[in-house]
Design a protein around this ligand. Structure first.
Ligand code: FES
Length: 340
């Protein structure tokens, strides 16, 4: 049985390839032109070391000088001794340029719809498989889109999971005057060609073995829609809590889609939070950190993913430190919305 594998690197690049049957991971990578540094090929030197971020695997032989018991517990692997048992992703602590000239793919797609999902937000739907192309990415990664009719580019997280139909979604904040916002409001037509570069970014969902806390600020929600679509499809066996902070009620979007996750993710909960005062709103107010349950978070280890503006990411990190919860595994993307 073939499995799809993603290799992510310290420079944020991700390369995808397929592993055949019981093939050694390193051999499959080399076959696809991904030249992972290697020396002994016998599980001794650790030159080919990476870390499994998601998926199942087995190791043939590992010398104890190459990987310690702690390394193994942390899912570090020697690619020359690894056989994957499912689709999987691996991280390497060096740049992709060390082993490949390949990088994100420059591709194009066709606009299939623009869906206004709140007074200030739209989802751009793009068919990226119109001429037989295929795009691989990990839930949480992003694409850099060229705004049609201009040379300007803007980056947006994928708002859905990877799929064989190559149907892409991007959650876009509609600014009063922004190059992408103006395009969407004034000129965008179904059938428009749109060029993009993808996949980009090191913010993506890892192997899930602890309760998950997801913290979205504004259209940082986009990355989590992709992750939650993936969890809804594949399951994860852990509780998942989404915090979603926005300034105004008008900024909240995809409420019914988020509510729908509780039907397919058994222990899914959701807390929207509005920060602007004077809004007509019965729910939580203020900033998301004010609504974290420190006592509950102390009860068991958890992984936290944050995607939002830099001040929000910093406030969450500070709060975790103040609460003595800095042992939590934290993944974050500081998401700066363009003003133009
Ligand atoms: Fe030496 Fe893999 S190449 S351990």
């Amino acid at each position: 049985m073939n499995h799809k594998v993603a290799f992510s690197f310290a420079d944020g690049k991700t390369l995808f390839f397929h592993v055949q049957g019981n093939e050694i991971l390193l051999d499959a990578a080399l076959r696809h032109g991904i030249n992972i540094p290697l020396d002994c090929r016998e599980g001794v030197c650790a030159t080919c070391m990476g870390r499994c971020e998601s998926g199942d695997y087995s190791l043939d032989y590992v010398d104890e000088e190459a990987l310690s018991a702690k390394d193994l517990q942390q899912r570090k692997v020697l690619t020359c001794q690894t056989r994957v048992k499912s689709d999987a992703s691996f991280y390497f602590d060096f740049d992709s340029t060390l082993c490949s000239n390949a990088g994100p793919v420059h591709q194009h797609g066709v606009v299939t719809a623009v869906q206004q999902v709140s007074p200030t937000t739209a989802i751009l739907h793009v068919d990226a498989g119109a001429d037989g192309q295929h795009l691989d990415f990990l839930p949480g990664q992003y694409a850099r889109l060229q705004v049609p009719g201009t040379e300007a580019t803007r980056s947006f997280s994928f708002a859905n999971r990877p799929n064989t139909a190559n149907h892409l979604q991007f959650l876009i904040r509609l600014l009063p005057d922004g190059v992408m916002s103006n395009y969407i409001r004034e000129r965008c037509l179904v059938g428009d060609e749109i060029r993009f570069e993808a996949p980009l970014g090191a913010f993506y969902m890892r192997h899930i073995e602890k309760p998950l806390i997801l913290v979205a600020g504004g259209t940082g929600l986009s990355a989590f829609l992709g992750m939650l679509d993936e969890i809804a499809e594949r399951g994860c066996g852990q509780s998942v809590h989404l915090y979603y902070g926005v300034r105004q009620v008008a900024d909240l979007c995809e409420a019914s889609r988020i509510a729908g996750y509780s039907e397919c993710i058994p222990d899914f909960t959701y807390t929207p939070v509005i920060s602007d005062e004077g809004q007509d709103w019965d729910g939580k107010r203020g900033y998301v950190v004010e609504h974290f349950d420190a006592a509950k978070l102390r009860e068991e280890p958890f992984d936290m993913y944050i995607c939002g503006p830099p001040p929000m990411v910093e406030s969450v990190k500070t709060w975790l430190q103040e609460q003595g919860l800095d042992h939590a595994h934290l993944y974050f993307e500081k998401f700066t919305e363009s003003n133009t």
